[in-house]
Design a protein around this ligand. Structure first.
Ligand SMILES: Nc1ncnc2c1ncn2[C@@H]1O[C@H](COP(=O)(O)OP(=O)(O)OP(=O)(O)O)[C@@H](O)[C@H]1O
Ligand SMILES: [Mg+2]
Length: 434
């Protein structure tokens, strides 16, 4: 499902847009552009809708920041009456469109569709190949193959960007149901009332607006696989209904009490800790045991950094085809840094970084400098703090890279020259010693 990122300091707009478009798209809302930026950097989003005037950072500034990172997600700006100048300026800066407040939903909808088409043209089909030779990935593949053979429910757990959706698809692909439909639905993206009718379908007249009968996802997935993503976000009362279907293997469309048999293999995924949700009374324990017959855990990327070189190679060739540009090689030092980074956005973040490198870097052999330019400052701090490479080790590395050119090194490290000198003194770093 395509994801729209909505940024506005006015909560009302966030609410309206997520309830209007939540049925069709995954919606991520932010009242803070800085948080939105972090989220986008991690590789999320297919379209951005952002207000222009916000206290923390303007929509235009956000656009510039994204451009600097070479993130090219179409951005639609919302302007208030009277800031048309800024909007036209933003178009020159590369914004996809702007829309004036108060705006018509229909107009916005068609803008979103246009923006998505633009992005689709550039998008490669979803790669179903899964890369990884490390122990955790080998274990994962083995588990996928074993679980694929049976029709039991599976629960996939793992952090964002670790490949849960890919795992779900692969389970289907390796299963005897491979030729039957694979139907996916994201429980967090759809308001609860709609989710119910999406899952179970409805008959004509079941509620206002139900102008004809409609099949739900369960029926669509008949004989195949139904993937319920972000199951932790499903509302409690709907969970009971789901449980009943899993037990009886029959569904009833809304407004119609004819039971219909469905033969569906269920796969669930979540990046939340369901046990904690159970403790808080937000998730049904009986449902948990029902869906968790088998579990699969997708490992965070920082737990298998040895796969990074292969993943990079894979994404390089993917994007070289997609953007029709020559392949690049990542220098040993660049790969080393990538292997030390903590990757909060996991494989998705790596994939996006490689794409940006492919587009932005002029060099055939990607240097450590390019990597530092593209990993944003926040990430850089994480790199030093979370991965515990000592500051000293990092400074030595960068100094060696730059031939002990202090101003260059300071720039790469993202600190001032004086700060660098202070640290060199503190750690006793002098060129002659290295
Ligand atoms: N092992 C892998 N090899 C190649 N590409 C991968 C691998 N794992 C994940 N990817 C890619 O990383 C991206 C994120 O994967 P996916 O959408 O499956 O993650 P997710 O766990 O469902 O994340 P979220 O919780 O944010 O929905 C996708 O582009 C996917 O193709
Ligand atoms: Mg997912």
């Amino acid at each position: 499902m395509k994801e729209i990122i909505v940024i506005d300091d006015e909560e009302k707009i966030l609410r309206i847009l997520s309830s209007t478009f939540g049925n069709e798209y995954k919606i991520a809302t932010f009242s803070s552009p800085t948080n939105a930026f972090k989220y986008i950097i991690e590789g999320h989003g297919d379209v951005i809708i952002s207000d222009i005037k916000m206290p923390e950072m303007s929509g235009t500034e956000l656009l510039k920041k994204l451009k600097k990172k070479n993130i090219r997600i179409p951005i639609i700006l919302i302007t208030a009456f009277g800031s048309l100048n800024e909007a036209t300026q933003a178009i020159k800066e590369g914004a996809f469109e702007y829309i004036e407040k108060p705006f018509s939903i229909t107009t916005l909808k068609s803008m979103i569709e246009k923006a998505l088409k633009l992005k689709d043209k550039a998008k490669h089909r979803l790669p179903i190949e899964m890369i990884g030779k490390s122990q955790p990935m080998k274990k994962l593949f083995e588990r996928i193959r074993k679980i694929a053979k049976v029709s039991t429910s599976v629960l996939i757990m793992g952090e964002t960007g670790t490949g849960k959706e890919l795992v779900a698809y692969n389970i289907h692909k390796y299963s005897p149901r491979a030729r039957e439909p694979f139907v996916a639905i994201n429980c967090s993206a759809i308001p609860s009332e709609l989710l119910e009718s999406e899952l179970f379908g409805f008959s004509k007249g079941a509620f206002t607006g139900a102008i004809k009968d409609k099949k739900g996802k369960f029926e669509m997935a008949h004989r195949g696989t139904l993937f319920l993503d972000e199951i932790g976000d499903m509302q409690y009362n709907l969970q009971s209904k789901l449980l009943r279907v899993l037990e009886n293997k029959t569904i009833e469309r809304l407004g119609d009490n004819k039971p219909r048999k469905v033969d569906v293999r269920m796969i669930f995924a979540t990046n939340k800790n369901l046990k904690k949700l159970i403790d808080k009374g937000l998730f049904r324990i009986d449902l948990y045991y029902r869906i968790n017959v088998f579990d699969i855990k997708t490992p965070p990327l920082r737990k298998h950094p040895e796969d990074i070189p292969d993943l990079v190679k894979y994404f390089v060739s993917l994007y070289s085809k997609e953007h029709n540009i020559a392949k690049k090689i990542f220098s040993k030092e660049a790969l080393e840094i990538l292997m030390k980074y903590s990757w909060p956005g996991n494989i998705r973040e790596l994939r996006n970084l490689v794409e940006r490198v492919m587009i932005i870097a002029d060099e055939d052999i990607v240097s450590i400098e390019t990597i530092f330019d593209l990993l944003d400052d926040i990430s850089f701090n994480k790199l030093t703090r979370e991965r515990e490479i000592s500051e000293k080790e990092l400074i030595i590395k960068v100094l060696n890279e730059t031939g002990w050119n202090q101003s260059k090194a300071a720039k790469i490290l993202g600190i001032g020259r004086f700060a660098l000198r202070y640290r060199m003194k503190k750690f006793g770093l002098y060129k002659k010693n290295f």
